[in-house]
Design a protein. Sequence first.
Length: 185
Amino acid sequence: MTKTFNELINYLINPILEEDTNHNFFYRCKVLLSLLLISITISFLISLVNGFLTSIGVLHEISHITDTLFEDSSSFKILFLAAVIAPVMEELIFRAPLTLFKQARLFKIAFYAIGSIFAYVHLFNFELTTNVILFSPLLVAPQFFIGLIFGFIRVRLGLLWSIFLHSLYNGLLVSLFLLASNGNS
């Protein structure tokens, strides 16, 4: 995992349109799982910061789409939407076009712009209030960093791998949320 983490950091410092030449399936699975662990860790750490800011009253309680989505839908439907439909659609919209930017400088701009757009689209998961808009960089920070990781794996290993990573990431988080929600019922 350390090797993948270092490659990711170096890539984020200087993103380039370059595919990984190692096509070994088990190598790619190892990269995928390492990136999944990194993604979950980043989301957890940012959630701790958001939770702390909420607990001290800086970040007010925020209405999230999951508040009503989970009430009105079955667990299977929620998991299917989050782990299958959303990853395929979002990766086709946000990561598939990355390889169209062949010029190095333009690629770097597109890589970060697409990551930012991906993050800010997720702002609509919240009820838009002044507080949400004010703290939007922090609220969409998980999606920004995860979007960059999805972009990294998309460029290095291919679009299917970014869809798989996105699917595993969403599926794991939604499954944990559903288990916690059912435990509180």
